[in-house]
Write a protein that binds this ligand. Structure first.
Ligand code: AMP
Ligand code: ZN
Length: 115
C-alpha cells in the first residue's frame, strides 16, 4: 500500500470504485475517462510502479493479467472483434498513475497508429 497512490486507495476501499473482477492478486475496474466503449483497467493489488519494477517472481502475475484481460474481453463481448492491451511505463509513455496497470480497450474500431 502506497499512501499517495490512487490505485492503492481504490484497492484498499478508500475510494469508490466498482470492481468488475477481483481475486487475491488483482482487481479490474472501468477507467474513469474511457477512450472506447470498453475501457477496463487490470491492476495488481501489489504496488508495483511500472514495468522496470517487475521482478522475476512477478512473471506469473504478468501472464495471468493478460489471460484475465482476454476473459474480460469475452465477458464484454468484444473478444471476437478484437481489442488492444496497453501498459504504459514511464514518462515518455505518459504513464499517469505510478501503479502498474493494463488497459483493455475495445468495442470500436481503433486507430491503427499505436504511438
Ligand atoms: P496511465 O496513463 O496508463 O497511467 O493511465 C491511467 C488511467 O487511470 C487513465 O486512463 C485514467 O483515466 C485512469 N484513472 C485515474 N484515476 C482513476 C480512478 N479513480 N478510477 C478509474 N480510473 C482512473
Ligand atoms: Zn499503488
Amino acid at each position: 500500500m502506497s499512501e499517495n497512490c490512487v490505485f492503492c486507495r481504490i484497492i484498499a476501499g478508500e475510494m469508490p470504485s466498482d470492481f468488475i473482477y477481483q481475486d487475491e492478486e488483482m482487481v479490474a475496474f472501468r477507467d474513469i475517462h474511457p477512450v472506447a466503449p470498453t475501457h477496463i483497467l487490470l491492476v495488481p493489488r501489489e504496488h508495483i510502479e511500472s514495468v522496470p519494477s517487475l521482478q522475476p517472481h512477478h512473471e506469473g502475475l504478468a501472464g495471468r493479467m493478460i489471460l484475465r484481460a482476454q476473459a474480460l474481453a469475452e465477458a464484454e463481448g468484444i473478444a471476437a472483434a478484437g481489442y488492444r492491451l496497453v501498459v504504459n511505463s514511464g514518462s515518455d509513455s505518459g504513464q499517469a498513475v505510478a501503479h502498474i496497470h493494463m488497459h483493455l480497450i475495445g468495442g470500436r474500431k481503433l486507430d491503427n497508429r499505436i504511438g
